[in-house]
Each structure stands twice: as structure tokens, then as C-alpha cells.
Design a protein around this ligand. Structure first.
Ligand code: FES
Length: 148
């Protein structure tokens, strides 16, 4: 890449970064740059997979140990906001009991993120729905095997 093109790309990236920072705030920006807890999980205790009305899918995996979430990860084919929301949902799930997981709602995720533009608020509710489904899957599996 020649210097002129490198400068152009760097300038464009800086403008995109600034735009995202201004629109989404610092917490969301940081998570967008470096999403945490991304990926699937082998033999999870629970798995939730939900497709939103936007057509995007969020999947959340949970593993419990001693009655608390030991590990939580997510995958999505959705927008940047869905990555942010899945990442925060996985983070908030960690260390929680099944009862406490119920409090991880879309509104709670939006509070942690610092809000999202109106058109993308549903991404938080999609992540919360996938988390709820993962919890229900855990409870179902535990009921079937009586090991929870
Ligand atoms: Fe579909 Fe964000 S999850 S637009």
C-alpha cells in the first residue's frame, strides 16, 4: 500500500471510530472494538438460539458450576449492536444463579451499555431472549438428568 492510500485508510478508520463513539458511547464503542465472550461452547449446560424480527440470530451458551454460571459465550450473525448486546449478556450472566439470570433483561442490558439508538434497542431484547432460552434449556436438561 502506498503512503497516500495508507493515510486515506487510516483517516477513514479514524472517522468511523469517532462516529461509532459519538453515536453509541464509550462502553459500547469499547465492546464493539473488542467483543468479549464470543464463540460457541462444547457441551454447554444450556443453549438458547433466537431469531429476531430483523432476521438476525443470537445464540447464547451457558455452563454452570455449583449452581452459578461459570462460563457464558455468544454468537450472532447480526449487526454491530447485536455483538455488543451478546457480549454484555454473556458478561452479566457470569457468576449468576438461575434466579439472578432472570434479572438480565433487555432493559438491564441497555442500562449497562448506556443505551442504543432507537432502531437498535431490539438487539438488546434479542440477546436477553437468547439468554432466557439458554436458561430454560439448562433447567430442562437438569430436570431430565436431575443433576442441576
Ligand atoms: Fe438485528 Fe441488531 S440484531 S439489527
Amino acid at each position: 500500500m502506498n503512503d497516500e492510500l495508507e493515510d486515506f485508510v487510516r483517516d477513514l478508520q479514524d472517522r468511523i471510530d469517532e462516529d461509532v463513539l459519538q453515536t453509541y458511547g464509550r462502553a459500547a464503542y469499547a465492546r464493539w472494538r473488542e467483543p468479549r465472550f464470543v464463540g460457541s461452547m462444547d457441551a454447554p449446560d444450556g443453549r438458547g438460539r433466537v431469531t429476531g424480527t430483523c432476521g438476525d440470530t443470537m445464540e447464547i451458551f451457558l455452563r454452570f458450576r455449583n449452581g452459578r454460571v461459570e462460563a457464558a459465550t455468544f454468537m450472532t450473525d447480526g449487526c454491530g449492536s447485536s455483538i455488543i448486546c451478546g457480549s454484555f449478556a454473556a458478561e452479566l450472566a457470569r457468576g449468576k444463579t438461575p434466579e439472578e439470570l432472570i434479572d438480565v433483561t433487555g432493559e438491564r442490558l441497555l442500562d449497562c451499555i448506556g443505551g442504543l439508538p432507537e432502531a437498535e434497542r431490539h438487539c438488546a431484547f434479542l440477546a436477553a431472549a437468547a439468554l432466557r432460552e439458554a436458561l430454560e434449556d439448562c433447567m430442562k436438561q437438569a430436570h431430565e438428568t436431575r443433576t442441576f
